[in-house]
Design a protein around this ligand. Structure first.
Ligand SMILES: Cc1ncc(COP(=O)(O)O)c(C=O)c1O
Length: 393
């Protein structure tokens, strides 16, 4: 658990936060890269071992100096009092949800949330622990208001949400929830704190899969949440301490390394993806493009209210059948077929055609594309040659 110090609060721009917050040169003997404290145990001051009496570390599941560097950077980026790192995004998300729920309560969640988040609520909390839930599209505050019951304890948001990038009106939903004593959690992985800061709009907890942009190199699975002090203290003492999905110090060091270049990488992904989205929108073989901020994005008002820019992930519906979409993806050279995103490499994943997709109203031949850091002209040429096999829309 790490909270921002007075010194940390001196840094206010994302660039300065990524470069300096939490890097305590005096504490780390001048090391420009904080050392990896790869130890489980910290011994206590005993009078004879020379340790200062106020030393607070005891065991890495609770706190570790290497992990705290990443936590302080993320807290500062999100405008939070503090942050907590987890061994995966799902570790952070499940802990945030468990912080608010109680036996037999009711949860409102967006129907296009990440599949494992939906699974956790539907199959685990509902299936095993009798909690009730209502799925909402999330596009209208009235719909969310109507879904709230006297026993609702949590509204779970993901904005923009997975695969079709639907947005929610954060400020209005947070105000509604607060007036009724309901907690709010958001998955902010798509936007990153560079382009959307939900805590500033009244949301209680922000979660990230740090396996994506925050890590940025496809070499860690990690998670983080950021919130105000009392929430961080409670999750540190209950969900993270008892369920135990703490981060490993080595993983934290890689996360901090990734954060150093966040403000350079994410705008480059965004610039590349904006060009790819524009090309796809003009292509006669593509029926529909889902990309926040693009000309055809259905919720541009919400986009401009909450986000500075879209990032590297988009999806589209090519002309033809699901088989055509699969053949298109198989012809790509530069885009690899893979289900993650947020690293340096471009990816393409044909989706849909399953029951969950249809239930969420997703088109049968939806293709998700993650635009990496390669030269954008190479990427567009790759898409163009692969699209040659598609019929006209
Ligand atoms: C939007 C979103 N949230 C959460 C997760 C889960 O994160 P992790 O894989 O780090 O547990 C993912 C993973 O793909 C995701 O795409």
């Amino acid at each position: 658990m790490a909270f921002l110090t007075e010194e940390d609060r001196r840094y206010t721009t994302p660039e300065d936060i990524c470069a300096h917050v939490g890097d305590e040169y005096a504490k780390f003997m001048g090391a420009i890269v904080p050392p990896i404290f790869q130890n489980s145990l910290f011994v206590r001051p005993n009078g004879g071992n020379g340790l200062p009496a106020d030393l607070s570390y005891s065991y890495t599941r609770s706190a570790n100096p290497t992990i705290e560097v990443a936590e302080r950077k993320i807290a500062a980026l999100e405008g939070a009092d503090g942050a907590l790192c987890f061994s995966s995004g799902m570790g952070a998300i499940s802990s945030a949800i468990l912080h608010f729920v109680r036996a037999n309560c009711h949860i409102v969640l967006v129907d296009t949330a990440y599949a494992c988040t939906l699974g956790f609520v539907k199959e685990y909390l509902h299936g095993r622990f009798n909690m009730e839930y209502t799925l909402v599209n999330g596009g209208s505050v009235e719909e969310i208001s109507a879904a709230i019951r006297p026993d609702t304890r949590l509204i779970y948001l993901e904005s923009p949400s997975s695969l079709v990038f639907r947005m929610q009106d954060l400020e209005a939903i947070a105000a509604l929830a607060r007036a009724k004593g309901i907690g709010t959690v958001i998955d902010n992985s798509y936007a990153t704190p560079l382009y959307q800061q939900p805590l500033r709009h009244g949301i209680d907890i922000v979660c990230h899969t740090a396996s994506k942009y925050l890590g940025g190199h496809s070499d860690i699975v990690a998670g983080v949440l950021a919130a105000r002090r009392e929430i961080i203290e409670s999750i540190q003492n209950y969900e993270r301490a008892w369920l135990g999905s703490s981060m490993d110090p080595h993983q934290a060091s890689l996360l901090t390394r990734g954060l150093r270049t966040l403000t350079v990488r994410v705008p480059q992904h965004a610039a590349n993806a904006e060009k790819v989205a524009a090309w796809l929108e003009a292509c006669p073989k593509i029926r529909q493009v889902f990309y926040p901020g693009s000309k055809t994005y259905a919720q541009n008002e919400l986009f401009h209210k909450y986000m500075k820019r879209a990032t590297g992930l988009l999806s589209f519906v090519p002309a033809g059948t699901r088989e055509d979409a699969m053949r298109f993806a198989a012809r790509l050279h530069c885009f690899q077929n893979g289900c993650s995103w947020g690293g340096f490499e471009s990816l393409c994943l044909p989706l849909g055609g399953d029951e969950a997709s249809r239930a969420a109203g997703r088109p049968d031949n939806l293709v998700r594309m993650y635009v990496g850091l390669e030269n954008v002209d190479t990427l567009i040429a790759d898409i163009e040659q692969a699209a040659g096999i598609l019929p006209d829309a």
